[in-house]
Design a binder for this molecule. Structure first.
Ligand SMILES: Cc1cc2nc3c(=O)[nH]c(=O)nc-3n(C[C@H](O)[C@H](O)[C@H](O)COP(=O)(O)OP(=O)(O)OC[C@H]3O[C@@H](n4cnc5c(N)ncnc54)[C@H](O)[C@@H]3O)c2cc1C
Length: 428
């Protein structure tokens, strides 16, 4: 306790009661203590800035105290410097009791409550009124830019003393804003708890898989290796196939999403997929990225295929955009292994955002062209030119953004290429 507060509050009558009740000696030593703490410290200033209300007592001409509740948006009571606080006086019921009292006696006593934190700060000071006419700059400091109530004047208080009270008998109470924040917090905690309770093995498929490897291919794309949980050989698939996998969402529900197998068939030990993290969606891919660890167990159905490769000698033109490279990579590897002629054209924003670029360049340097739409020197895929130069028996495969698929289909139509020579798969 600081002497400044004691000097104001420990009047002779108060001291007499302290003496009667046996607490005078303890308070006397506080009065004689060293610190004359009047300047508001960082803690007091932060406390004041977080308040959305306070109680203010003034003294009237007949000596009666008058306590008034003042409310506003959080921070409406402003710290102007370490000895001065102030607030904008919004128009109210037009009784002007506090303002009238201040004309005769500038002394105020403030009580600032933090009910949830069970803290209270008492402030004593001398108040003066600030009018727009005479002190517009100071009044502007007290106003709140996003609060539209009409300001009649400002009240600026020179702090003469303050004191913190003990939390005893302060009942925790919560404003609507605080309740809403607590509800959000509780909801998040519940989601985490539900996610933790998610079943150890997701999915009802007959094929038990374990995540056995995870590789970060680009900042947003992760590759996953999946093996048979019991070490058995995996069912065979053809290039263009996909797996439907179960994913636990943060709200505790389970969804399932489809991911193309990225490698040429032949490895009976391992399936590989690559998953792009899509923000602002239903959250399946972020939940997969965040939830799948080495050892995660899922049950799936055997791979399915809506985007199969032709199985004859005709050459292929493979076109991929972004994450659409996943089935196209499996196709290129298959065609290369079969000895079938093909060309691969892969377009994306920039090399660092595109999965498998180095791998593809290394494997198929003579048959692979990469395009970067957002590189320093952008390179663009000329779809009509590409299709126009293809031989009449070439089968065209395209996977990627809807715009890319549509541009290939449109160019094919314009060039008179039969629909069955244009195969496409859309991820959306
Ligand atoms: C046959 C098939 C194969 C697929 N293979 C893959 C794959 O190999 N790798 C992969 O990452 N995804 C693949 N997908 C997409 C995948 O199934 C999910 O749709 C994707 O992970 C997004 O799920 P989400 O819940 O995060 O967002 P969602 O809410 O499903 O999608 C959010 C928004 O983004 C769009 N969107 C969805 N996927 C993409 C995408 N890849 N690129 C840009 N926008 C997208 C949606 O149309 C929607 O508007 C495939 C989809 C299909 C149908």
């Amino acid at each position: 306790m600081a002497r400044a507060f004691a000097k104001i509050s420990f009047t002779p009558n108060v001291q007499a009661v302290q003496t009667e009740m046996g607490s005078r000696a303890a308070y006397r030593s506080a009065e004689l203590g060293e610190a004359e703490t009047v300047a508001l410290g960082a803690f007091e200033q932060a406390f004041i800035a977080e308040r959305d209300s306070f109680y203010q007592a003034t003294v009237n001409q007949t000596g009666w105290p008058y306590v008034q509740h003042r409310g506003g948006p959080v921070g409406f009571l402003k710290v102007l410097d370490d000895r001065t606080i102030g607030y904008a006086d919004f128009s109210g019921n037009r009784q002007y009791i506090s303002v009238g009292n201040l004309r005769g006696d500038d002394r105020v006593s403030l009580l600032l409550m933090d009910y949830p934190g069970r803290q209270r700060l008492k402030i004593w000071g001398r108040a003066r009124m600030v009018e727009a006419r005479s002190e517009p700059a100071l009044l502007a400091k007290l106003e709140l830019s996003d609060f539209r109530a009409p300001v009649e004047r400002g009240i600026v208080i020179r702090v003469e003393a303050f004191d913190w009270n003990c939390p005893k008998y302060i009942t925790p109470r919560y404003s609507q804003r605080e309740v809403e924040a607590l509800l959000v917090q509780a909801h998040q905690q519940q989601q985490v708890a539900v996610a933790r309770q998610a079943p150890a093995v997701l999915g009802n498929g007959a094929l038990p898989l374990t995540i056995s490897g995870i590789h970060q291919l680009t900042p947003r794309i992760r590759a996953y290796e999946l093996r048979h949980a019991d070490g058995e050989p995996l069912p065979a698939y053809q290039a263009g196939a996909h797996l439907r996998v179960p994913i636990a969402l943060p709200d505790g529900s389970v969804t399932s999403h489809t991911y193309s197998l990225t490698d040429a068939p032949g490895d009976q030990d391992c399936y590989r997929i690559a998953v792009l993290r899509v923000e602002n969606g239903e959250g399946g891919s972020p939940a997969l990225h965040d939830g799948w660890q080495i050892g995660t167990r899922i049950n799936v159905d055997a791979p399915d295929n809506y985007f199969p490769l032709h199985n004859d000698e005709r050459p292929a033109l493979l076109i991929a955009g972004g994450i659409g490279i996943t089935p196209i990579k499996a196709m290129a590897e298959t065609l290369a292994a079969q000895g079938t002629a093909f060309q691969l054209h892969y377009t994306g924003r920039a090399p660092q955002d595109m999965a498998f670029v180095k791998d593809l360049q290394r494997q198929f340097s003579d048959r692979c062209r990469i395009y970067f739409s957002q590189a320093q020197n952008p390179t663009r895929l000329d779809v009509p030119g590409l299709l126009g130069n293809a031989t009449a028996d070439t089968v065209i495969y395209v996977c990627g953004p809807t715009r890319l698929i549509e541009s290939v289909r449109q160019a094919a139509r314009q060039l008179g290429i039969a629909d069955d020579r244009v195969q496409f798969e859309s991820f959306t």
